[in-house]
Design a binder for this molecule. Structure first.
Ligand SMILES: [Zn+2]
Ligand SMILES: [Zn+2]
Length: 167
C-alpha cells in the first residue's frame, strides 16, 4: 500500500465522519480469517485444518486437527501414522471444536461452523447432531456423502473464497 492510498483512505474516513477504514471485512470474511489463524496451530503435517463455531457473532469454540491433547504429534515421515491413506492419529478440527464446547458446557445449537475445508462425512454427522445450522467453508474437500448428508439435514453450506493475506 502506498502512502497516497493511506492518505486517500484517511480522507474518505474523515469525509463520512466514521473514522473507520474504508473497507472492513464482512462478518463471514472476518470469521474465515480467524479460522485460518486457528488452522495454523495444526500439528498434522498432511493438512492444516481449522474450525470455529460462532453464534450471534460470538466465537463459542475453536478447533484444529491434531493428535489428542498431551499425546505425541503424528509423524508421517516414511508413511507412518496412516490408515487407509488418512491420518490415523489426528482428531479433526470440527471434532475438536465440538469437543471443546462440550468440555466447557457451551451449547452450540444453532451455531455456524466456519472451516478451512468442508467437513468429512463423520464430522458432518457430529455437526448435524450438535445442532449446527450453517457451515461456511473455504476449500473443497471431496466427500460426496458429506455433501449429501448435510443437504438432507437442511444445513446451509456455503463456500467463501479464500481471504486475502493479513500482512
Ligand atoms: Zn497427521
Ligand atoms: Zn472430519
Amino acid at each position: 500500500m502506498t502512502d497516497e492510498t493511506v492518505t486517500d483512505t484517511s480522507k474518505a474516513a474523515a469525509a463520512n465522519g466514521s473514522g473507520a477504514v474504508a473497507r472492513r471485512p464482512s462478518w463471514d470474511e472476518y470469521f474465515c480469517q480467524v479460522t485460518r489463524a486457528v488452522a495454523s496451530r495444526s500439528t498434522c503435517s498432511r493438512k492444516a485444518v481449522g474450525a470455529v463455531l460462532v453464534k450471534n457473532r460470538l466465537i463459542l469454540a475453536t478447533g484444529y486437527n491434531g493428535a489428542p491433547a498431551g499425546l505425541r504429534h503424528c509423524d508421517h515421515t516414511g508413511g507412518g501414522d496412516l490408515l487407509n491413506g488418512h491420518c490415523a492419529r489426528s482428531a479433526h478440527a470440527e471434532q475438536n471444536a465440538v469437543v471443546q464446547a462440550a468440555r466447557h458446557g457451551i451449547s452450540i445449537e444453532g451455531a455456524t461452523l466456519y472451516c478451512t475445508n468442508n467437513p468429512c462425512v463423520n464430522c458432518a454427522k457430529l455437526l448435524i447432531n450438535a445442532g449446527v445450522r450453517r457451515i461456511v467453508y473455504m476449500e473443497v474437500y471431496p466427500d460426496q456423502p458429506a455433501f449429501d448428508m448435510l443437504a438432507e439435514a437442511g444445513i446451509a453450506l456455503e463456500q467463501m473464497p479464500a481471504p486475502p493475506p493479513t500482512t
